[in-house]
Each structure stands twice: as structure tokens, then as C-alpha cells.
Design a protein around this ligand. Structure first.
Ligand SMILES: Cc1cc2nc3c(=O)[nH]c(=O)nc-3n(C[C@H](O)[C@H](O)[C@H](O)COP(=O)(O)OP(=O)(O)OC[C@H]3O[C@@H](n4cnc5c(N)ncnc54)[C@H](O)[C@@H]3O)c2cc1C
Length: 447
């Protein structure tokens, strides 16, 4: 009796419910990964590389059991049923995005042997955190309260099934990935973070320090399970509790998209779908290239291009700038982030973009508009983060780093000519704020 385990966003052998169940209930198991060209085409180079590094590491781990990872390229809708034909059952861990749910439903219908689906992507699966009335939560605080009281389920140890090795396509070789791949890489990142987790609460909003876990891409690719991270960190200090609360946000957005799939492209607050957005290609290009003249925004957008990862606070500032200062549709920003982020996850990205835009469930009210300069002063007070990613401002050592146009003498003394060495701000924040308030107000009035 043999089974097929189709790996997707669960590139690990530890605490992997589908892998554990398959290896415990069959004599032999084949591990499959399908390189879906639709997903590869939508991914930036850095995320593709990281994926290749992770599947290479998974293959190496499977070789230790005498087997290996079968890697096929094509549409899973045709590849999986074809490979499944050689087996008695198919095992997988559910993914909750609309795309994955549609794909998996199609595959379940087309596949001969039964498909056994497990939950391995989140701490608590979407249907398990419900209100007393059995409905999904729309507000984070009560969701978190309920979520915190649920026991974390971990999968049993894998069984003794033989791991098969069948001929398959080669794993694409990764250029040097953004981080060390596989479970070992994820464990090393978790261990490093555990040394600083008790200071997480104070440090997590500071892009100039290395106070967050950087586990988002591991959670996205499943090189570590969210439940294992939550358990390992625990809740014994305020820093640890603050961190585990962020994992609850991840589950919150996963269940929000699961229960409201239309929000992947539509405002959660339907009345805000009526917003008339600005159509400004030049401003959009400046934002994408990190040339808005707002140093903290530009630093974030350049970090995105260079590393495929951006500090969470700066993601917020850059996203808010696109929507509230440039008046550009949040969906355009979401697509840009989704392409470039190594941790891009539709539920997290859409949920956060809608939160920032004020169109989401439990979002800040639209009239609370972030001031990028005030945010910069507060969270990168010495400008260390800005100087790292905007080298043309590196000689600015004083407060002018946050808004060089406000300090012409300091800027000139640093040898910087605005409009030549670094752009003038492309919008005036105060004016942009008024326009945004009118834009959102008009949409609300027409609903
Ligand atoms: C506009 C915007 C887009 C975003 N897009 C994504 C995305 O595509 N994928 C993604 O994983 N995160 C996204 N985030 C959330 C957050 O910024 C990142 O998860 C976090 O910065 C990753 O760094 P870290 O692992 O060091 O986080 P830590 O501070 O160490 O947090 C631990 C984990 O908690 C989760 N988490 C933290 N903050 C959030 C949050 N606001 N929402 C949901 N989960 C959170 C992540 O899984 C993270 O790895 C986005 C945030 C914004 C504002």
C-alpha cells in the first residue's frame, strides 16, 4: 500500500500532519512537489529562489530516508491526478486561499484514490475559531481572546513508511537565496529570535533594530509550523505574548479570506468599493522605485526590491503613503507587494493592505491618516534604517534625514541638492490628506 504526499506550503517533515498520517498508515510514501508555472510567473526572483532552496532542502531531508522529492512542472490539476493514479491515497495540508481551494476541489474530483486533507498551515484552522453563534469573527480582539484559549494541536511523529524515489524533473538550482533554506534554516532563525524575544514588545516597531523574528517567509513556505513556533515561544513574558499575538493576526487574516473570498479583490467594507482612485502612473512609478522624496517610504520600497522583505512598520508606512498620500488603489499596491515579497501570502497581504487602506474588517477608520514624517521620527529616530537603504542621504546625520526639504541648510551642508541628488517630495502630505478625506467621504456618502 503506497500513498502520495503532495507538498505545497508545508515544506517540512516535522509537525506536518499530512506527512505524519501518510507515513503512519502506508508501507511506502512518495513525496511530490509541483512547480506550477502560474505561481512561478507571479513570483519575483527572490521568492522563486527561496522556494527552490526550500524544495532542495526537503529533497535532501527525504534522501536521508533513502527516498527523495519528486518534482514535476505543470498544472497540479493535471499532474496530481496522474501521479496519484500510482497510489492508494493522496495526502495534503489544506491551504485556504480562494485559488488553492478552487484548485484542490478540482483535483479532489479528478483524482481516483481518496484525498485526505489536514490542517498544517495555521495555529488554529479557520473553522475552529468561531463566535458563540457559530459565525466567523470580523474583529480581531474577540477573535484573539477565543483563539488564545484553544489548545494547540500538534501532529504525531511520522511513521516508518519507506520513502520512495521515482524519476522526476530536476530541482531548479537556486541562486544564493535570501536566507538559508529548509527546516534547518527556519530552526536557526527561531533560535536566534528566542535570544531577543523578551524584548519584542519594545523593539518590534523599530526598523532600525533586528527585533522581530523574520519568520514570515518560513511560515509562508511552511518550513516551520505556526503551532510549533507558538508553543516554543510560549507566553511566559509580555514579549512572548506580544509575539504570539502576531501569530493570531496571521490566523485572523487567513480565516477572514477563507470566509469572505471576495475580499481578495473587493473592499471588505463594500461601501468603500465606490472610491474613485487616482490614476497617476508617474506617482506610482516613483513609489515603486523608492523615489517619492519621503525617505522612510523610499527606504522601505528599496528594501522590498533588494531583499524581498520589509520591516512590518515600514510596510504600513509605505502602503499608507500609496493609498492615502497618492490616492492610488490599494489593489495595485497589494499586487506589487505580492510579486516581490518573499513572504507574500494573499490572505496576509490583502488583509494588511485593506487594514491600512481603511477598507478592511477591523481596519483603522479612514480618517486616521499616517503622517510618514512623524512615523519616521518616531520609529527610526536616528535615521539608521533610512541611511541603510537610501545611500544618497547617508551624509545627513541630523533630523533632516526624515524630511530633507524642511531643513534646506542642513541638507545643503551635507552636500545634497534636492531634485538632483534626491527627489523633492512628490506630494504635500497635508494637501494629500485633505484630498483623501474627501475621496473616502464621497464614497461613503454615495453608499
Ligand atoms: C501592507 C502590508 C502587507 C503585508 N504583507 C504580508 C504578506 O504578504 N505576508 C506576511 O506574512 N505578512 C505580511 N504583512 C504582515 C507583517 O508585516 C509581516 O508578517 C512581518 O513584518 C514579517 O516580519 P517578521 O516575521 O519579522 O514578523 P514578527 O514581528 O516576528 O511577527 C511574527 C509573525 O507574526 C505574523 N505577523 C506579524 N505581523 C503581522 C500582521 N500585521 N499581519 C499578519 N501576520 C502578522 C507573521 O507571520 C510574522 O512572521 C504585511 C503587512 C503590511 C502592513
Amino acid at each position: 500500500m503506497s500513498s502520495l504526499v503532495w507538498f505545497r506550503r508545508d515544506l517540512r517533515l516535522t509537525d506536518n500532519p499530512a506527512w505524519a498520517a501518510a507515513t503512519r498508515s502506508h508501507d511506502a510514501v512518495e513525496a511530490l512537489f509541483v512547480l506550477d508555472e502560474r505561481l512561478l510567473a507571479a513570483s519575483g526572483r527572490l521568492r522563486r529562489n527561496l522556494l527552490f532552496a526550500h524544495i532542495g532542502a526537503l529533497d535532501a531531508a527525504l534522501r536521508e530516508f533513502g527516498g527523495g522529492l519528486r518534482v514535476e512542472t505543470g498544472m497540479p490539476e493535471t499532474v496530481v491526478p496522474a501521479v496519484a493514479f500510482e497510489h492508494d491515497a493522496v495526502y495534503l495540508n489544506r491551504s485556504y486561499t480562494p485559488f488553492s481551494l478552487r484548485r484542490d476541489a478540482e483535483i479532489a474530483t479528478a483524482t481516483g484514490p481518496p484525498v485526505e486533507a489536514f490542517d498544517g498551515d495555521v495555529v488554529h484552522p479557520p473553522e475552529s475559531v468561531l463566535t458563540g453563534a457559530g459565525t466567523p469573527y470580523r474583529v480581531f480582539t474577540p477573535f484573539h481572546k477565543r483563539w488564545s484559549h484553544l489548545p494547540i494541536e500538534r501532529s504525531p511523529k511520522p511513521g516508518n513508511a519507506a520513502v520512495l524515489r521515482r524519476s522526476a524533473g530536476a530541482i531548479p538550482t537556486a541562486e544564493v537565496p535570501a536566507m538559508v533554506g529548509g527546516e534547518a534554516g527556519a530552526q536557526a532563525r527561531l533560535e536566534r529570535f528566542l535570544e531577543v524575544v523578551d524584548r519584542y514588545e519594545e523593539g518590534r516597531d523599530r526598523p532600525d533594530s533586528d527585533a522581530t523574528s523574520r519568520l514570515s517567509a518560513d511560515l509562508k513556505f511552511g518550513t516551520v509550523s505556526a503551532g510549533a513556533v507558538a508553543e516554543r515561544v510560549g507566553r511566559s513574558t509580555s514579549g512572548r505574548r506580544a509575539f504570539v499575538r502576531q501569530l493570531a493576526w496571521r490566523d485572523f487574516y487567513a480565516q477572514l479570506l477563507f470566509h469572505s473570498p471576495r475580499t481578495i479583490t473587493h473592499a471588505y467594507r463594500t461601501e468603500l468599493d465606490a472610491i474613485v482612485w487616482a490614476d497617476d502612473e508617474e506617482a506610482l512609478r516613483a513609489w515603486r522605485n523608492g523615489e517619492t522624496g519621503y525617505p522612510i517610504v523610499d527606504a522601505g520600497m528599496r528594501q522590498l526590491r533588494l531583499e524581498g522583505w520589509v520591516h512590518g512598520r515600514v510596510r504600513m508606512i509605505a502602503a499608507s503613503f500609496l493609498v492615502k498620500d497618492l490616492g492610488i488603489d490599494w489593489r495595485i499596491g497589494e499586487q506589487h507587494f505580492r510579486r516581490l515579497l518573499i513572504d507574500a501570502d494573499p490572505a496576509q497581504n490583502v488583509g494588511n493592505w485593506q487594514w491600512v487602506a481603511g477598507t478592511g474588517a477591523d481596519a483603522a477608520p479612514y480618517f486616521r491618516i499616517m503622517n510618514p514624517v512623524a512615523q519616521s521620527r518616531r520609529f527610526d529616530p536616528d535615521g539608521t534604517y533610512i541611511r541603510r537603504y537610501v545611500p544618497e542621504l547617508a551624509s545627513l546625520t541630523g533630523p533632516g534625514i526624515h524630511a530633507p526639504w524642511e531643513r534646506p541648510l542642513e541638507t545643503a551642508a551635507a552636500g545634497i541638492t534636492l531634485g538632483v541628488d534626491y527627489p523633492n517630495p512628490i506630494v504635500d502630505h497635508a494637501e494629500a490628506r485633505e484630498i483623501t478625506l474627501r475621496r473616502f467621504g464621497a464614497a461613503k456618502a454615495t453608499s
